[in-house]
Design a protein around this ligand. Structure first.
Ligand code: MCA
Ligand code: AMP
Length: 512
């Protein structure tokens, strides 16, 4: 029955992770808030049962498994079992609505779709339309997937995978409003994690506080792979909750988060200097960490947050140093093995200190966008650099600052929102002539979404009704927090909406 081949040359990421499990089978892997522990010694047998169930349900190497499920030990085991089987794990933000999901299902054409039990009924039709088998997994491990696992014949092999075979597709929004699936190979993920455990100095007695969602590169790959490659335990919280984080801080040594985590902690009176006594490293990424947050956190805790920079398309790209100087407002240096350059519109590198678009090449860079060969080709230069769309400067010694974005993108609480998608949804609402969605400073989320709407002549826009309508179609984090009605949108000589003018004008929207 064990018909999956295995060899020393197997690039399957699960193989690498397993090779690093601690010798002691009782070594803790995940600790839940309820105080339950899953051990490293149980992962192999458990994922063999999951893999057996998935295989019996028809999942084969190269097939996609689409998962929109809550964070739990079972959902992480599902990820590992999918890797093990050589299939492609496609995680989705749990906030996506049924209409957003219909797109992902059609685009990813998964063999299996794992959903939360309470949303499954409404998703049956979309899953059926593309021939995907729909199973459920709840946050307490309940659902039809686990019924299948209980009776499954274990599949204890590890599917043979080559370095460029795809391990996961991470959907990232696009400037056209259409989400693109970034294909990450087993070697993309393995090489990045191997680099990070050394760069960030992970040691066997570290303990990681894991409060990030596991449907993105940050929580699923960076955090989980670093912990597993060093065989260390993770306090695995279902979501970020400042009180829960504070409860666990004294028993961990490393925490990873988006800037909102750190500002929320500082806003919580129980978050004190002493609470951080055991901490070796606080890491931040996914959105700019304001210099004022960096300084305030240092004053509050004595810790200099280590800021790093990444993208779904390239995992982690640059990082401030563990031992050297961590400078606020910079993302440090290219990771070992990664080449970075800052270029002008002709892809020619600009002089040190000058602003241009950041480009990158290295083992971390993805294999292209799923089913979008033209889009993929247009984002790479002739000499193989991926064009990030982030504006940056690089000092003479290679230190990088992200100074803006060429792409029209807003990052709210670490989640990306492309205004075009929101504008498309607003523009079809009755009475709307046109709209412009912008991100402006927001103390909690970094950037908060504002929709500037221009009504049709004689029409009156009701903000609450716009928000209610948007909520039926879009994930909550994409719904603007403020609606502003104007007579006309500012345009330049070419007729293009001047979003910089709007951003300046409405910069104080959330400042009270
Ligand atoms: C939730 N809401 C948000 C956000 N999250 N609104 C704006 N921005 C957000 N990020 C809305 C909900 O729709 C809801 O609205 C209300 O806030 C409360 O929802 P809740 O789920 O309770 O929110 P929360 O628990 O306070 O979540 C905020 C959060 C979370 C903790 C900042 O969004 C989070 O964990 N963000 C991290 C995302 C992340 O991991 N990003 C990495 C991707 P209503 O009340 O109207 O219903 S980037 C990446 O991976 C790259 C490679 C990298 O570099 O790391
Ligand atoms: P995503 O598409 O979700 O992977 O988000 C990637 C984008 O997040 C990058 O292109 C940057 O614009 C942004 N980003 C990630 N880390 C940082 C950081 N430390 N500073 C500024 N922007 C960041």
């Amino acid at each position: 029955m064990n018909n999956l081949a295995q060899s020393d040359l197997n690039h399957n990421l699960y193989s690498l992770l397993r090779s690093r499990f601690p010798d002691d089978p009782k070594a803790p892997w995940l600790m839940t808030p309820a105080g339950e522990a899953c051990c490293y010694g149980d992962i192999d047998d458990t994922t063999a049962r999951y893999a057996g169930a998935l295989q019996a349900l028809g999942l084969r190497p190269g097939d996609r498994l689409l998962a929109q499920i809550d964070k739990s030990p079972e959902s992480l085991l599902l990820y590992l079992a999918t890797l093990r089987l050589g299939a492609i794990f496609v995680p989705l933000n749990t906030a996506y609505t049924a209409s957003e999901l219909a797109y992902f299902l059609k685009d990813a054409t998964p063999r299996l779709f794992i959903a939360r039990p309470d949303s499954a009924e409404g998703l049956k039709e979309s899953a059926g339309a593309i021939g995907a088998l729909l199973l459920t997994l709840g946050h307490d491990g309940e659902g039809t997937l686990m019924d299948a696992v209980k009776t499954a014949e274990p599949q204890s092999g590890i599917a043979e995978r080559g370095p460029d075979d795809i391990a996961s597709i991470i959907y990232t929004s696009g400037t056209t409003g259409r989400s693109k699936g970034a294909m990450l190979s087993h070697d993309n993920l393995a090489s990045n994690a191997l680099t990070l455990i050394d760069l960030w100095g992970f040691v066997e007695n570290d303990v990681l506080l894991h409060a990030l969602p596991i449907y993105h590169v940050h929580g699923l790959f960076v955090a989980v792979h670093c912990a597993m490659l060093r065989g260390i335990p993770m306090h695995f919280l279902p979501r970020f909750d400042a009180q829960e984080v504070i409860r666990h801080l004294p028993s961990v040594t490393v925490m990873m988060g988006v800037p909102t985590f750190y500002t929320r902690l500082m806003d919580t009176p129980e978050f004190t200097w002493e609470l951080c006594d055991t901490i070796r490293l606080f890491i931040s990424g996914s959105a700019p960490l304001l210099a004022q947050t960096f300084e305030a956190f240092f004053a509050h805790t004595g810790h200099r947050i280590l800021e790093r920079y990444g993208m779904s398309e390239a995992n982690m790209i640059a990082s401030n140093p563990l031992d050297g100087e961590r400078i606020a407002g910079t993302v440090g240096y290219a990771l070992p093995g990664v080449t970075l350059r800052v270029c002008d519109a002709e892809h020619t590198p600009v002089a040190a200190g000058q602003t241009g678009v950041l480009q990158m090449r290295g083992p971390n860079v993805f294999k292209g966008y799923w089913q979008m060969p033209e889009k993929t080709a247009s984002e790479f230069t002739e000499d193989g650099f991926f064009v990030s769309g982030d504006m940056a400067t690089m000092d003479g010694d290679g230190r990088v600052r992200i100074v803006g974005r060429e792409k029209d993108l807003v990052i709210s609480g670490g989640l990306n929102v492309y205004p075009k998608e929101i504008e498309d949804a607003i523009d079809v609402i009755e009475g709307v002539n046109e709209s412009a969605v912008i991100g402006v400073p927001h103390a909690d989320l970094g950037e908060g979404l504002v929709a500037v709407i221009c009504p049709l002549p004689g029409a009156v826009i009701d903000s609450d009704s716009v928000i209610t309508q948007l909520k039926t179609q879009l994930a909550g984090f994409k719904v603007p927090r403020q609606i502003i009605t104007v007579e006309t949108l500012p345009r330049n000589a070419m007729g293009k909406v001047q979003k910089n003018v709007l951003r300046e004008h409405y910069a104080q929207t959330f400042s009270t």
